[in-house]
Design a protein around this ligand. Structure first.
Ligand code: SF4
Length: 146
């Protein structure tokens, strides 16, 4: 049975879908959680509230980032936490956002996007947790191309 946060994030996704799809790729950003990294082999570096991918390919972040940039997305961020999101919006002024997270983090992220009136699409992790999480990359790459 789906928990209340899963239902809520789906509802918000539906509500935002049309506006999101009207936004050009160049005005969209993607927020990825740092827990998607390979915790033992990652060569990325911390930079304030972000991780910078070192491109080792030992997790799915490299392929996601490359595909998103090729598609035309403005930015892909690997977040250490959600606190930075408001100032990131102030700086980048995205017109739409995709966030990958667990339903609870997605719910919080959607609330922040709502405060900024930014149409957000949440994409759930296929395995959540604090580290070495996973996402269905084929489904996600299809999702970001819409
Ligand atoms: S692909 Fe990037 S984020 Fe993933 S483990 Fe390698 S350096 Fe870290």
């Amino acid at each position: 049975m789906k928990d209340k946060y899963s239902k809520q994030v789906e509802k918000t996704n539906k509500k935002n879908r049309k506006k999101f799809l009207k936004t050009p790729f160049s005005a969209r950003i993607i927020l990825l959680p740092q827990c998607l990294r390979n915790s033992k082999k990652c060569i990325g570096e911390e930079s304030g509230p972000f991780f910078i991918c070192g491109g080792c390919g030992k997790c799915k972040i490299k392929a996601i980032t490359e595909s998103a940039i090729k598609t035309g997305y403005k930015k892909v961020y690997i977040l250490k936490g959600g606190k930075i999101i408001p100032s990131l919006f102030e700086k980048d002024k995205p017109c739409a956002v995709i966030g990958v997270a667990c339903p609870w983090e997605g719910f919080i992220g959607q609330k922040i996007c709502g405060e900024f009136k930014i149409p957000v699409q949440f994409f759930p992790l296929s395995r959540d947790g604090c580290a070495d999480t996973d996402v269905d990359i084929d489904a996600f790459l299809k999702f970001i191309e819409e």
